[in-house]
Design a protein around this ligand. Structure first.
Ligand SMILES: [Zn+2]
Length: 197
């Protein structure tokens, strides 16, 4: 992947100054611009770098000026804007969002396993010596504490989120599990996901 990154400079504040006189046209009307460098990734500011810099321009004649004490004063009083951290804030929000979404998925999965319904489909994970396989189970009926299940015909060697279009549930063979056994399988990470329509 092609990554664009580097350093850029952004004007973070503009001030109008009426106490200094332009040495070219003698007008008291200057603009002081304060800049801050930042590191960017794909032009999104990630974090501020280097110190503030500034420039002065006369609003009347347009010429630049250099007044160190004045520039220093404005550079010092200008705060670092938070948007120079936009990239970090975006990544932080994304991580938080994924964590919340994952937490909700886990909660929903547990709720579904605790009160199974006919039609629920479990994505099952089966670990053996050095392979991991996946298969599907479908709840055919719930009778009291017993959950009746049909086994999917396919075994998958990689994770799949839903059964293949050619996969089917073998309906003439039913497996019975107690709700407690199901819950234990969930806790042992054998149930990867539950789909309820
Ligand atoms: Zn001027």
């Amino acid at each position: 992947m092609f990554i664009i990154y580097g350093q850029r400079k952004l004007r973070i504040k503009r001030y109008t100054e009426h106490n200094e006189r332009c040495s070219h046209c003698a007008t008291f009307d200057m603009t002081v611009s304060v800049y801050h460098g930042y590191f960017h990734l794909f032009f999104i500011p990630f974090w501020p770098i280097s110190d503030r810099t500034s420039s002065i321009q006369c609003n009347n004649c347009g010429r630049g000026a250099r007044i160190d004490s004045l520039q220093y004063q404005y550079e010092r009083q200008t705060r670092k804007p938070f948007y120079l951290y936009t990239g970090l804030i975006l990544i932080g929000s994304l991580v938080a969002w994924i964590a919340v979404a994952n937490h909700n998925t886990q909660k929903e999965k547990r709720a579904f396993v605790l009160s199974p319904r006919a039609g629920d489909i479990y994505t099952m994970r089966h670990d053996s010596a050095n392979t991991v396989q996946y298969y599907f189970l479908k709840v055919s009926a719930v009778k009291g504490d017993s959950v009746m299940l049909n086994h999917g015909a396919y075994m998958y060697t990689g994770f799949v989120s839903s059964p293949d279009s050619k996969d089917y549930f073998v309906e003439d063979i039913e497996y019975g599990l107690t709700k407690q056994a199901l819950l234990q399988m969930l806790e042992e990470d054998k149930i990867n996901g539950v789909t309820r329509h």
